[in-house]
Design a protein around this ligand. Structure first.
Ligand SMILES: Cc1cc2nc3c(=O)[nH]c(=O)nc-3n(C[C@H](O)[C@H](O)[C@H](O)COP(=O)(O)O)c2cc1C
Length: 385
């Protein structure tokens, strides 16, 4: 019997993660910006959507697979880029990448991963999708783009919603930086998690190997200089156009909420946008991405170019996003909760759960295949209460 037989929802994993991680590590994952209204809005947006079942479909040939960015995946959901995962487990990046490859799920490696891009590519035998923050210096940006191209990354995801660092109150209150502020609270919560602490100490200091320039000491790149590096660039449309010219493969803009911005990005030659508010971690007043999706879809942006994340917590949420126009749906925190709960086996269990729940929702709705969701959207099968 699976070790996770009693885990039926993302919240089951979240509760386990809360117990298994020091408080500052759990809060880094779980928290959002400001008073966490955007975080709450993401959940409310999904709760308000109703799906109308249609009868008479034959489900013998149900098919969850989907084409996205020229690749075929088993399911219509994937793992969003997650930086600083080393706070959950020293090998978190490799573990997530491995499970994703085994399960046929898209995986985006963060620019601020704690494992070098090339190491992930070697371990998998193929390069992952790579997420990119445009740094202040053009030479640093070009060198990272060249590196991702040399490694063979088939897709570059440019994150645009970081014009300023999000004001994450939980992190500020814990004094979360590297090395960690040695406050009494932080010391006590670390000592209360001896397995986590021992693993972390044995693995050595957390570094950001994708961001170090040649000759730079990676360990010296502090969390605050990292935040400045990733948010200090001028990511204007001219810079995005230059990235489009330079990057020869599929290109996605992440963190888009306005339909006009989505149209402009696609007009520049981006292949897709991720409609996202960074999981409510950047701007407390940002709308829920799900609420912005219908306008983009109605404006003629095809599902193949509309990806979505932020607040997705179940198979039914995935189906709701697809019903409203998304061609692929990403989740962030749920995979880190699973990883903290029980490593790769737990992440695999979460993927299986989501897959079953997507299949169940499709059956109850009368939707036979994700690839044919277009016909199903035309029937106007969602409502907002
Ligand atoms: C711990 C953590 C780290 C993240 N790091 C990055 C990152 O390095 N780059 C990025 O583009 N987005 C990052 N994100 C945002 C996710 O890619 C994604 O947009 C968000 O988690 C989706 O919302 P959800 O967590 O509600 O599923 C991070 C999110 C979390 C929770």
């Amino acid at each position: 019997m699976s070790l996770f037989a009693d885990f039926h929802t993302v919240d089951d994993f979240r509760q386990r993660a809360r117990r298994r991680l020091p408080r500052y590590a759990f809060d880094f994952i779980d928290g959002g910006a400001g008073s966490e209204r955007a975080l709450a809005r993401n959940a409310t947006a999904f709760a308000r959507v109703e799906l109308v079942p249609r009868l008479g479909a034959c489900h013998a040939q149900q098919d969850l697979s989907v084409d996205c960015m020229g690749q075929r995946f088993e399911v219509p959901f994937g793992i969003a880029p997650l930086g600083l995962c080393g706070l959950v487990h020293p090998q978190a990046d490799q573990m997530l990448a491995r499970v994703a490859a085994r399960c046929g799920v898209p995986f985006v490696l963060s620019a601020t991963s704690n494992t070098p891009l090339e190491q992930i590519a070697d371990a998998l035998g193929q390069a992952p999708w790579f997420q990119f923050y445009a740094p202040k210096s053009t030479s640093a940006a070009n060198s990272l783009l060249d590196r991702a191209e040399r490694a063979g990354c088939p897709v570059l995801v440019v994150t645009a919603d970081v014009a300023a660092p999000g004001k994450r109150l939980r992190d500020l209150r814990h004094g979360l930086k590297l090395p960690l502020r040695p406050s009494l609270g932080n010391i006590v919560t670390t000592l209360c998690h001896p397995h986590w602490a021992a693993r972390r100490v044995l693995a050595g200091p957390i570094t950001f190997p994708n961001l170090a320039m040649p000759g730079e000491d990676q360990a010296a790149l502090s969390f605050s200089s990292l935040m400045a590096w990733q948010t200090g660039g001028t990511l204007d449309w001219a810079t995005l156009a230059r990235i489009r010219e330079r990057w020869p493969r599929k290109l996605i803009l992440k963190g888009v909420l306005a339909a006009e911005d989505a149209q402009q990005a696609l007009g520049l030659g981006f292949d897709a946008v991720v409609v996202s508010n960074h999981g409510g971690r950047q701007f407390d007043s940002a709308p829920a991405p799900l609420s912005m999706l219908p306008a983009m879809s109605a404006g003629g942006i095809p599902a193949a170019s509309l990806l979505l994340d932020s607040g997705v917590r179940s198979g039914e949420d995935i189906v709701k996003a697809i019903a409203m126009g998304a061609g692929m749906v990403f989740l962030g925190r749920p995979f880190l909760f699973a990883l903290a709960s029980g490593g790769e086996a737990a992440v695999e269990h979460l993927i299986a759960l989501l897959k079953q729940d997507v299949a169940r929702a499709m059956s109850l709705l009368g939707m036979v295949s994700v690839a044919q969701a277009g016909q199903w959207r035309e029937k106007g099968m969602y409502g907002i209460c």
